[in-house]
Design a protein around this ligand. Structure first.
Ligand code: FES
Length: 574
């Protein structure tokens, strides 16, 4: 029996007509009388789908969570949530992150559930599910899909996404045949699980450990590793205990937990997408968090993990080297060791129990993999709301750069002209892409790492400064300024840039400037306002999203979703 009256008893514990209805219809799934005697009802929110290899195995994994829940005296009930396959959805899975969050929030809140286990993995599922759950604030735990096995091709390891970008550039430069290119497809993704690089999915799974909302080693255990099933089982055990002790998500997702997430993000050289997701999550639980927190906290942290896209290894190697607990150990006193986790241990206790098994994969403060590599937050007249840059993925010589803009008004304009031999561009140019922010695309796609013009690739150019209001894949690299805020569609200065304008990036000084006087900018703004067209999206989710989405520096959540709805049980349905 539970220590305190459970939320689910407001439905299943009633000995009247309403209780009859709640119990009778769910008994149709085969549940016996005794499960309604006050045992915790654990919702297993599953984003399983055949559309996404990243979550293809989650129905299987859910069975292990259920074992653990039954064993601990709870009652598991699995329910679906949309799957958000990163590589399949158009125009971008990010357009639907907030929709998933709404679905999860209302599914939990509307049903007789006392605690939740979130099963997800692909990039937007982890933040979307956790954002929704955070707004309800029940005891909650995360079990991630786990990464794919290392890609193996032509005798070497290849990484999800990262080697797609590399190979694609090699084909465009005439250095790789199309036959070889296509032969790598099956070799790159050779098991279910999430991308095997430290892309967005692995980054978010790692941040789940740093936030303390999952059991240790959740991030790195491969999707096919039997120990992931054990972790799922133990999560089932643990969530029942959390319900009995009424340990809610808001007790875990503290300011300290977010600081740990930022520190871990810097140490692993994590995906830039995590910035948007953490800001949105913090907004749900009311923890003050700003872009500057990423830059300030990240400055203290050397790169401790040698994983693609910034480094050499893949997630399987990271697992065998010790995973996130080993990184936390190496962070030492920087890590907020007193932060509590759903495991019932503090972060310090988890770190103390960890070991680094391969110093090539996980470095130390004395022998780091690279210099401080947290996200840089840029300010200036081109990005008054901020923009970000991942220095570990950039070319050091381009981090301070001045060049003439080559502007693309939208992604179609970019595709139409980038391959043209007549494009007026050289290695010092700055590629500028507009119309790819939350409202503009809509959904803020991962197109910020624009492929370079073939004529420059053939000359041996491998990186250029690129600026946009888009995101980029966590598996990508380059000197890429992202998340320019406000976006061009919202009237940010990015909308006013024209080809030939001079732009100055000073990464170490954290500035991004359009070298133009205020009078010229004002005149361009008037012309831009006069030429605005009404949005072509006039119905459904697109309409709601465009009308209410916040800018990237606020996490791109919908304005009316910030904060909590609570776990209150609402009025009866009959
Ligand atoms: Fe799902 Fe990369 S496509 S994790």
């Amino acid at each position: 029996m539970a220590d305190k009256p459970l939320r689910s008893q407001r439905s299943y514990g009633k000995l009247d007509r309403d209780g009859f209805i709640h119990r009778s219809w769910i008994k149709g799934t085969g549940l016996p009388d005794h499960v309604f005697d006050g045992r915790p009802i654990i919702g297993i929110c599953n984003t399983w789908s055949e559309l996404v290899t990243c979550q293809f195995h989650l129905r299987d994994l859910a069975e292990y969570v259920k074992r653990g829940v039954w064993e601990a005296g709870g009652v598991p009930i699995e329910f679906p949530a949309m799957s958000l396959p990163e590589t399949q959805m158009r125009p971008t899975a990010m357009l639907f992150r907030n929709l998933l969050a709404m679905e999860v929030e209302e599914s939990i809140r509307a049903n007789p559930i006392d605690g939740v286990v979130l099963l997800g993995g692909c990039d937007k599922t982890t933040p979307g599910q956790l954002m929704g759950a955070a707004s309800v604030d029940l005891p909650t735990m995360v079990v991630s899909s786990g990464p794919m096995l290392n890609g193996k091709w032509h005798g070497r390891d290849i990484g999800s996404g990262t080697d797609v970008w590399r190979f694609s550039e090699a084909v465009r430069a005439g250095e790789m045949t199309l036959k070889d290119f296509l032969s790598a497809e099956a070799s790159m993704s050779r098991s279910h699980g999430t991308c095997n690089t430290m892309g967005t999915a692995s980054t978010m799974a790692s941040l789940m450990e740093a936030l303390g909302v999952c059991l240790p080693n959740n991030a790195a255990l491969p999707g096919v590793d039997s120990r992931r099933k054990t972790l799922a089982h133990l999560t089932g055990n643990r969530i029942v205990e959390l319900v009995r002790k009424d340990v809610r998500l808001s007790q875990i997702l503290t300011r300290e937990a977010f600081e740990n997430a930022i520190l871990m993000h810097a140490a692993i050289g994590g995906s830039t997408n995590a910035v948007v997701h953490l800001l949105a999550l913090a907004g749900r639980v009311g923890v003050p968090l700003t872009l500057e927190d990423f830059d300030r906290l990240g400055r203290e942290v050397p790169l401790l993990v040698d994983l693609m896209p910034s480094g050499r290894f893949l997630m399987e190697d990271f697992c065998y080297a010790g995973g996130c607990p080993a990184v936390a150990k190496q962070l030492g006193e920087l890590f907020r060791r007193d932060a509590v986790t759903v495991a019932g241990l503090t972060q310090g206790e988890i770190a103390d129990a960890a070991e680094v098994w391969n110093a090539e994969v996980i470095g130390s403060p004395d022998h780091p993999i690279g210099p401080a590599s947290g996200v840089w937050v840029l300010r200036g007249n081109l990005c008054p709301g901020g923009a970000i840059l991942k220095p570990s993925a950039a070319s050091p010589e381009l981090l301070t750069h001045r060049g003439r803009a080559v502007v693309f008004e939208d992604i179609e304009d970019y595709h139409a002209r980038i391959d043209s031999p007549d494009l007026e561009v050289d290695a010092t140019s700055v590629l500028v892409l507009k119309g790819c922010g939350p409202r503009g695309y809509p959904g803020m796609p991962e197109v910020g790492n624009m492929a370079l013009p073939p004529k420059l690739l053939r000359e041996g150019v491998r990186d250029m400064v690129r600026i946009s209001d888009a995101r980029m894949s966590g598996t990508a690299y380059g000197t890429v300024v992202l998340h320019v805020s406000p976006e061009s569609e919202a009237g940010g200065p990015l909308a006013l840039v024209r080809s030939g304008d001079e732009i100055a990036l000073d990464g170490p000084a954290r500035t991004l400037e359009l070298l133009m006087d205020e009078a010229e900018l004002a005149q361009r703004r008037s012309a831009w306002e006069a030429s605005r067209q009404p949005s072509r999206f006039d119905r459904g989710w697109y309409r709601l999203y465009i009308d209410t989405v916040l800018q990237a520096d606020q996490g791109a959540d919908l304005d009316f979703l910030v904060g909590k709805s609570s776990a209150d049980v609402t009025r009866e349905s009959h």
